[in-house]
Design a protein around this ligand. Structure first.
Ligand SMILES: Nc1ncnc2c1ncn2[C@@H]1O[C@H](COP(=O)(O)OP(=O)(O)OP(=O)(O)O)[C@@H](O)[C@H]1O
Ligand SMILES: [Mg+2]
Length: 363
């Protein structure tokens, strides 16, 4: 049982603010993901929770107790590092058993736990080897196993799947998620991969430049991104953005993007005008929220096929509108010659509208 809370954590390295007033709460048993681009402060945040770095400001709480002054080994936390370090002179078996040997467990219990974890991570055939005789992905799985055998109060994992090949990574993320739920151990997991975050997390904190941009479950982040950063970071291919002016003509609300216009429902227009005094906005529309239609109609956009990327289950069509490229995703395999004119129609109910000045979501 463990809850983890960060209150206004700040960490500076010289002039760099690696972590900038970060606060969040992780519930008992929750799978919490810190997601953000390289250098945004994810590892530093995790190391502060583990007690490996001291914050300049703020508090870390475990089960409502401030642990700032409690040393790492007394926090009952297991961390899988981005640059995992295995004991090179020990076999895989010994690497896995080692954390258990100081816990006063019987030899049989240690053996049972080591074999169970090794089987789950597909390293049971490697138990007699030394780390130097393993591939990068295998070493990473051993590092993961070493944290898992201990069954600590809290798991901290820093990009533990980054060295695995694509297929194994997809397999392992499902396995890890299932295992985490089975063991019920509170987990804070760091990644820069939005698909990994979306598929694994109960809750995600999106970070940028040391700051939390938004906290929510995967569905909330996808459907209601709080700003253009989150909107552009969550989803693949990423959301299309374009600048537009809101104008009211003949009692009709219109978004004028220069190369095309969209008329929007009155309620949507009124929501924009009530939220911002300026009429300059950024429209966001995800690739999967376009229909491709046969002929022009209200709110269709004339576009030219730039390139077609068939993925099997879906096809990504890059289209040119004016001098901008938009991505449109459509189910199944669709073929178009380059240069063909097509008509695309954004699903108006899925439009995202942001204040151009702040980047914050209005709708
Ligand atoms: N020991 C250090 N000394 C100086 N600067 C540091 C130190 N550790 C981290 N930083 C800086 O703090 C910022 C956050 O680094 P951090 O390692 O937390 O990022 P990250 O989100 O984990 O990135 P990545 O995805 O690349 O691992 C970066 O600008 C980094 O250069
Ligand atoms: Mg890192």
């Amino acid at each position: 049982m463990a809850r983890v809370e960060l209150r206004n954590i700040v960490k500076r390295y010289g002039l760099t603010i690696a972590v900038d007033h970060v606060s969040f709460k992780v519930d008992d048993g929750e799978f919490f993901v810190l997601l953000g681009p390289s250098g945004c402060g994810k590892t530093t945040t995790l190391r502060i929770i583990a007690g490996l770095e001291d914050p300049d400001e703020g508090e870390v709480l475990i089960d409502d107790v401030v642990v700032n002054d409690i040393p790492p080994h007394k926090r009952d936390i297991a961390m899988v590092f981005q640059n995992y370090a295995l004991y090179p002179h020990m076999t895989v078996y010994k690497n896995l058993a080692y954390p258990l040997e100081n816990m006063g467990l019987s030899k049989q219990e240690i053996d049972r736990r080591v074999r169970e974890v090794a089987k789950m991570l597909y390293i049971d055939h490697l138990l007699d080897r030394k780390p130097g005789q393993l591939s990068g992905g295998e070493q990473q799985r051993v590092a993961l196993g070493r944290a898992l055998v201990r069954r600590p109060k809290v798991f901290l994992m820093d990009e533990p799947l980054s060295n695995l090949d694509a297929k194994l990574r997809v397999y392992m993320r499902a396995e890890l998620k299932r295992l985490q739920k089975e063991l019920g151990i509170t987990t804070i997991y760091v990644t820069h991969d939005q698909a990994e975050a979306m598929t694994m997390a109960d809750k995600i904190a999106v970070m940028n430049k040391g700051k939390i941009m938004q906290i929510g479950n995967p569905k909330e982040l996808y459907l209601k991104p709080a700003n253009t950063f989150v909107a552009g970071f969550i989803g693949s291919p990423p959301m299309n953005f374009f600048d537009a002016s809101l104008i009211v003509k003949n009692n009709q609300f219109i978004l004028d993007a220069g190369d095309f216009i969209l008329s929007i429902p009155r309620e949507m227009g009124e929501l924009i005008t009530s939220n911002t005094s300026i009429s300059e906005v950024i429209i966001g529309i995800r690739p999967e929220h376009f229909d491709i239609v046969d002929k022009p109609d209200e709110n269709t956009i004339k576009a030219e096929v730039y390139v077609v990327e068939p993925l099997g289950a879906e096809t990504i069509i890059d289209v040119k509108i004016g001098n901008r490229i938009f991505k449109v995703a459509t189910k199944g395999i669709v073929e178009y010659p380059i240069g063909q004119t097509i008509y695309i129609k954004p699903m108006i109910k899925y439009l995202h509208i942001f204040d151009k000045k702040t980047g914050n979501a209005i709708i």
